[in-house]
Design a protein around this ligand. Structure first.
Ligand code: UDP
Ligand code: MG
Length: 324
């Protein structure tokens, strides 16, 4: 039976939580009384996640498991889920139960009212460090000021989307993916559902600082060209200051008073060199992304899939993937 709901669950080394996640998620989906599928993406886990998912797919008809050939990252895992989903409404949820599955029926109700994107907005965050909360708070505000369309603050990837919104995002082939920005970009009718973000059920975060910085940069650089125009602005200001500086020196020289000292000059050139390299770095960050796009590599590779039976050909082979 064709599912009405598809749930995408990206998993990276989640052996400690998988069983509990499956049970709570399955109970929440069952309460909707409509056919559903649970699509687990094993993003190159090194623990027992892969085996556990294959077993779940064997035991339960609703479960599918896709195994990546290596760790491609959370946003790419969700993208593979979008490619594989066959439902009319698609839910994206973390594997660690920080996003409570019990909120999904509320999201589904909004979808039935006609909304295309129903995102979960974090009313409170439990059990996360002050540093994470503060940087997340600051990031969403900076991002808001930099992009030309509204990106909801304090909303992660936990959301329900309609088939047409999902297809719109799937048609965006970009490599450096910041999905919550892409879902905001496509427009349609959007709304929020408030929820309390719990602490991780077990295990530790799979988002170390390095991955968080990458995600934040993807968000800003994929959706805003403002840093580039800042560079131009900076160049204009510095050129103005330099011209004035030289004029003053010229006047002093004409008046026979000599010109500034070497120390001042050294300081000035250090500052300018620093600014120049920083600007070069910003230009380079955009260039690197252009390079990533022109290579046109597939976004991910799938090594194995479970839960499709023999005849049932999955829709995983889209423009985003290659089977090996
Ligand atoms: N995840 C993934 N690939 C990665 C990192 C994370 O699929 O490279 C998954 C992870 O298993 C979880 C979700 O993405 O289901 C969010 O990760 P996590 O809970 O560790 O992030 P946090 O909530 O700490 O920001
Ligand atoms: Mg988490």
């Amino acid at each position: 039976m064709k599912p009405v709901f598809s749930v995408i669950i990206p998993c990276y080394n989640e052996e400690e939580v998988l069983q509990a996640t499956y049970s709570r998620l399955d109970a929440a989906m069952r309460s909707l009384s409509a056919p559903y599928e649970l699509i687990f993406i094993n993003d190159g886990s090194r623990d027992r996640t892969g085996g556990m998912l294959a077993a779940l797919a064997r035991e339960h008809a609703e479960v599918r498991a896709l195994h990546f050939t290596r760790n491609f990252g959370h946003q790419i895992a969700v993208t593979a889920g979008l490619d594989a989903a066959t439902g009319d409404a698609i839910v994206i949820i973390d594997a660690d139960l920080q996003d409570p599955p019990e909120v999904i029926p509320e999201m589904a109700a909004k979808w039935r009212e006609g909304y295309d994107v129903v995102y979960g907005k974090r009313a409170r965050r439990e059990g996360e460090s002050a540093f994470k909360k503060l940087t997340a708070w600051g990031f969403y505000r900076v991002l808001k000021g930099m992009v030309g369309f509204p990106i909801p603050a304090d909303a992660g990837d936990f959301r329900l989307i309609s088939r047409r919104a999902a297809d719109a995002v799937r048609a965006m082939p970009e490599h450096n993916r910041f999905l919550r920005g892409m879902f905001a970009w496509v427009g349609f009718r959007q709304t929020e559902v408030l929820f309390q973000r719990d602490r991780r059920l077990a295990g530790e975060t799979k988002y170390p600082l390095r991955k968080m910085v990458k995600l934040a940069l993807d968000g800003i650089l994929s959706f805003s060209l403002k840093p580039l125009s800042w560079i131009t602005g900076l160049g204009v200001v510095l050129t103005g200051i330099g011209t004035l500086w030289l004029l003053v020196l010229l006047i002093l020289w004409v008046a026979g008073r000599g010109g500034g000292g070497n120390a001042a000059l050294a300081g000035l050139s250090l500052l300018l060199a620093g600014l120049l390299i920083l600007c070069l770095g910003i230009v380079g960050a955009y260039l690197a992304r252009v390079y990533d796009e022109v290579k046109r590599r597939p976004l991910y590779l799938i090594a194995e899939r479970h839960g499709y039976g023999e005849a049932d050909e999955p829709r995983v082979n889209s423009e985003h993937s290659s089977e090996i």
